[in-house]
Write a protein that binds this ligand. Structure first.
Ligand code: FAD
Length: 478
């Protein structure tokens, strides 16, 4: 299954595809720079045509044409994927299929607590549509203004509220997709129970565009809780974060919806990259925890008394509680601008690893040790969704040195650091990709760490459903 077996698309195929979508439905690559861009600036996408279907039938017709001609299709939604799954990085032979014109909310079914959204709906627009009906859609992440439902499903996105509401897989009741042979799988009915054989919805979720093009989904809505309480806590170690979480659960039950770890270095980086944002803690604060709980009126008071208990037990160094939406936004701005601050500081490794929650503290310290053995002076910003065990280690050159200088003077450091993090994660029973997927960046890593039974089964499923290997060739498995 390598790229080389793909036929380059001939002029007749390109004409047939353009006829399916009409003049408004395609772009040459030079007119579509956005579709070639990597959010982390490491890759440059390639391809021969960007096609923009506006209906499921058009998607199906194009996939059928490509399957017959054995030409690769790379599905593209918001383009915020960080593992190059949406980019054809080493062949011009692929058709880039952007779902951006399929951006309608088809239905809001209030009795079913469901919103039926097309794949090209921007996540933030789905939030707004839910809000118009007094409901909320819980999936949320810093890329919410650009990423889309199709990409969220294809990557089984996680984000900041997995702790309470689960990831995209847990929020999807039904799916519509075009399979690699062009057949339309129409399973949008929002059933909570449906034991009729293999769950194809779950096969497509997290498949990163390798088993079909997702065109729409029935997504679960939740009621909006009357009160939100947000606190920012200075703490001594990641182990304290988990102790605090357990303590607060004792008072608030499952009301905690977000628990985000930030490092002292991370806070410094955000504050220096975005001078309008202020690190509220004293210099020297080693770790911080952003905690949010939602629930009935009074949840804020209950959180405050739970935090007082944590102070008494010396689990906290300092605590700030937001008293308004604007204070809450300022705290979240510190967290949500962290990926950009890392990029600006020259991050050359952005891991997306998860371990069992009980192992997070050891995982963070063991990773730091392993990276220091490779280079003692690089800076490590370990942060992320600690409540579900998902820690992002961002590794940056020593202060005063650029990424290019570091890489030039330490050939191989990028791969060495990535593999060291993978190995520590694996040793702690973790995953090399918690929420971003494998894309084209981590295909070798998957082969190394998946285990033979898992890897062989993935290959066999791919071969069975996509025998001509037209769906996102080169992503997930090479
Ligand atoms: C600043 C920033 C913060 C982020 N934070 C998080 C976070 O907290 N949690 C998290 O999980 N991710 C995060 N991400 C990663 C990214 O936003 C998610 O992976 C997101 O789900 C990708 O959605 P997208 O629409 O941009 O997909 P794209 O980038 O367009 O595509 C991603 C993958 O899905 C496939 N795909 C796209 N559309 C379809 C479709 N319709 N059918 C089949 N396959 C398709 C593509 O081929 C590709 O493999 C972050 C990214 C950035 C830049």
């Amino acid at each position: 299954m390598s790229h080389s077996q793909f036929n380059p698309p001939g002029p007749q195929l390109l004409k047939d595809i353009k006829d399916v979508v009409g003049d408004a439905g395609w772009k040459n690559l030079e007119d579509a720079p956005r579709h070639l861009d990597d959010p982390r600036g490491r890759f440059m996408g390639r391809g021969c045509l960007v096609v923009l279907p506006d209906s499921t039938e058009q998607v199906a017709a194009i996939v059928r044409l490509c399957d017959t001609a054995r030409v690769g299709v790379v599905p593209y939604s918001g383009g915020t994927g960080v593992v190059a799954g949406q980019l054809s990085i080493d062949t011009d032979n692929a058709i880039i299929m952007s779902l951006e014109r399929m951006n309608k909310v088809r239905q809001v079914l209030l009795d079913d607590n469901v919103i039926v959204a097309e794949a090209g709906c921007i996540l933030e627009n789905v939030h707004a549509a839910a809000q118009q009906h007094g409901m909320m859609f819980p999936l949320s992440m810093a890329s919410k203004g650009s990423c889309c439902i199709g990409g969220n499903l294809a990557t089984n996105a996680g984000g900041i509220q997995v702790l309470r509401y689960g990831n995209m897989r847990d929020l999807c009741l039904g799916i519509e997709a075009v399979l690699p042979n062009g057949a339309i799988l129409s399973e949008l009915s929002p059933l909570h129970k449906n034991n009729t054989g293999y769950d194809l919805r779950h096969l497509l979720i997290g498949s990163e565009g390798t088993l079909g093009v997702i065109t729409a989904a029935s997504l679960m809505l939740r009621p909006v809780d009357p009160e939100t309480a947000t606190a920012f806590l200075a703490i001594r170690s990641p182990a304290h974060a988990l102790k605090i979480y357990n303590e607060i659960k004792g008072h608030l039950g499952d009301a905690v919806s977000a628990l985000e770890l930030m490092s002292g270095l991370g806070l410094e980086l955000v504050a220096s990259a975005f001078p309008a944002l202020r690190n509220p803690f004293e210099p020297g604060c080693e770790w911080a925890l952003l905690l949010e709980a939602t629930g009935p009126l009074g949840i804020g008071d209950r959180l405050q008394s739970a935090l007082a208990g944590c102070l008494d037990k010396e689990l906290l160094v300092d605590a700030i509680v937001a008293h308004s939406q604007s204070q809450r936004n300022s705290l979240w701005d510190l967290r949500e601008n962290t990926p950009e601050a890392n990029r600006m500081a020259g991050a050359f490794c952005n891991s997306d690893t998860s371990v069992p929650i009980s192992r997070v503290d050891a995982f963070i310290s063991d990773t730091a040790k392993a990276i220091c053995e490779i280079h003692p002076d690089v800076r490590i910003n370990s942060y992320g969704h600690i409540g579900d065990g998902n820690i992002h280690h961002n590794v940056m050159p020593p202060a005063g040195m650029t990424k290019a200088e570091l890489v030039a003077s330490n050939p191989g450091i990028v791969d060495a650091v990535r593999m060291a993090i993978n190995e520590v994660s694996h040793r702690h029973g973790g995953s090399i990709s918690a929420e971003h997927g494998i894309g084209r960046l981590k295909t070798r890593d998957l082969e190394t760490f998946a285990g033979k039974a898992r890897y062989d089964t993935i290959r066999r499923i791919k071969l069975a459903l996509d025998p001509n290997n037209i769906m996102n060739p080169g992503a997930l498995i090479d």
